[in-house]
Design a protein around this ligand. Structure first.
Ligand SMILES: [Zn+2]
Length: 524
């Protein structure tokens, strides 16, 4: 049956950003949008009175880690800890409910501690002498493990760990492992499919309650792809998923045979790469040394051979190349690579994720080669207090410049990178327009020249995000023939007080015309 939503303020985000008061949907599509008196039908129709509430296109988080979000409920969540002692307390209390053999925690950030040193494993060895402990830092590039984890994973027996290492002091392991050395823990901490399904459903539950109807999963491995496929088949997964494939052999074999994948709500069209690490742990690759670590420039990942092979693979199979670049050296390297293969204006929509430090001379290359900047406005407002220590004042001027990128390219896509940041997409909206953190700091915004407008912020999480996923003809705006993915809320994001944005509550979320989340039992 058709459904007619009346008495609404509908932000269509169409080409004119027009506002409508009535929308009619049938099955999974929008069949009318405009003024209520303009719609006539003799068919049976269900009328939903929105009582003046606002309707927005379903929110899209174009860069996130979907399973990791659910996983934060199955692992000790350490994101809010302000000291290593607090980490220990959380891990101890998590152990009481933990049903897994390994004790896994995620999200600690030594930059938030008074003593900013990386921790060592001694306390873990005393408290957990028989339980392997694996505590992943917020950026997923560093972890702290205890002696039992070292013994079980046999990570010390590896004579050479490609692009990762285990830290040693006086011939002893400190418990800190970097990048690919962490892979030796994975066989022990990976979940079976039943657990993983629970994790995925938890992630979905959280996302749809924040109005997310589509998410871009920025690190999809083949077994997860298969699991997602089966969950779509059994219709337990309602949210739409755009997968960026890890360039593993299995994934690449699949892509070269199928030239991507699209079925219902699920699409794969890209491979995801890492050019460097994160700024917090000084893994971001910089052209000049870190201001607070003069012998260190971070680390560029992978070889020229790797990059050329991967770029050629994407060209050959008409795939989108998506690369994580934080530091200026990483951005420079990948922009040069993209330039070589894209050769100026093109329709390939290759993306750079984060684009955190970008000198002026690289800015124009984005528009010259139509590279899409995929940023997180919340990263700037989360990092600004310590990022200047890493970069110094001058380089700081080239960091987190989302307005400059928007003006250069005509668009940005804005994601959260959850669970690094919280999954509420309106935090990104708020940070984008205010350049403030959740506590309203700094008072005038961090580098206020980089504020974007409300409509730009909305587009960056709807129509522009859809474009970056090759889905702008289906989702991202509310127009006739498009999918009925939308969100209803009493808060008018385009006119409300800035402070109210973070407290916005979503009343209902629809995906393909189906009500998948409702805060109250009934709207009408
Ligand atoms: Zn990410």
């Amino acid at each position: 049956m058709m459904k007619q939503f009346i008495n609404a303020k509908i932000y269509t985000v169409d080409a004119n950003c027009s506002v409508a008061d009535c929308m009619v949907i049938e099955a999974n599509k929008i069949i009318f949008i405009g003024k209520q008196h303009e719609f006539q039908s003799t068919d049976e129709i269900e009328i939903i009175n929105c009582l003046g509430k606002c309707i927005y296109p379903g929110f899209i988080d174009p860069h996130c880690h979907f399973i990791d979000l659910g996983r934060t409920y199955f692992t000790a969540a350490l994101h809010t800890t302000n000291s290593f002692d607090e980490v220990i307390e959380k891990v101890k209390s998590f152990q009481e409910t933990n049903t897994r053999e390994w004790l896994v925690g995620r999200g600690w950030n030594n930059n938030n501690w008074a003593d900013k040193q990386l921790p060592t494993k001694e306390v873990l060895d005393i408290l957990f002498p028989n339980t392997p402990v694996f505590l992943v830092r917020i950026d997923s590039h560093v972890a702290l493990i205890n002696q039992t984890a070292i013994d079980r994973s046999k990570v010390l027996q590896q004579s050479f760990i490609d692009e990762g290492f285990i830290e040693m002091k006086d011939g002893k392991a400190t418990g800190i492992v970097y990048d690919k050395a962490m892979f030796y823990m994975l066989p022990f901490v990976q979940e079976n499919d039943t657990v993983k399904k629970q994790i995925i459903l938890k992630a979905q539950e959280i996302c749809i309650a924040f109005g997310l109807t589509s998410v871009g999963d920025a690190f999809m491995e083949h077994p997860d792809f298969k699991l997602f496929q089966s969950m779509y088949e059994e219709d337990s997964l309602k949210i739409k998923l755009f997968g960026m494939f890890v360039p593993s052999k299995e994934n690449k074999d699949f892509l070269s045979q199928n030239k991507g994948y699209k079925k219902g709500k699920f699409m794969i069209n890209a491979t995801k790469h890492f050019a460097d690490g994160a700024l917090g742990s000084r893994g971001a690759a910089l052209l000049e040394p870190y201001t607070d670590d003069p012998l260190n420039k971070g680390l560029l990942l992978e070889s020229d051979e790797y990059w050329n092979e991967e770029a050629q693979f994407c060209i050959d199979h008409n795939l989108q190349m998506i690369t994580h670049c934080i530091g200026d050296a990483a951005n420079e390297r990948i922009i040069q690579l993209y330039k070589k293969y894209l050769k100026g204006k093109n329709e390939r929509r290759w993306r750079i994720e984060h684009v955190q430090i970008l000198p002026n001379y690289l800015l124009q290359e984005f528009s010259n080669n139509q590279i899409i900047p995929s940023v997180q406005s919340t990263h700037g407002t989360s990092d600004y207090t310590w990022a200047k220590d890493r970069l110094g004042d001058n380089r700081m001027k080239t960091a987190y410049r989302i307005k400059d990128l928007l003006e250069e390219c005509g668009m940005i896509v804005n994601g959260s990178d959850f669970p690094i940041e919280k999954p509420n997409p309106l935090r990104g909206f708020y940070a984008g327009i205010t350049r403030k953190d959740d506590n309203g700091q700094p008072a005038f915004g961090f580098d206020p020249s980089q504020k974007i407008t409300r409509i730009e912020a909305l587009k960056s999480m709807t129509i522009w995000a859809a474009y970056a996923q090759f889905q702008e003809k289906e989702i991202g705006s509310l127009e006739v023939h498009k999918h009925a993915d939308f969100v209803i809320s009493a808060t008018d994001l385009l006119t409300c007080k800035e402070e109210d944005i973070l407290h916005t509550s979503i009343d209902a979320t629809y995906v393909d015309g189906e009500l998948v989340f409702s805060r109250k039992p009934s709207l009408s």
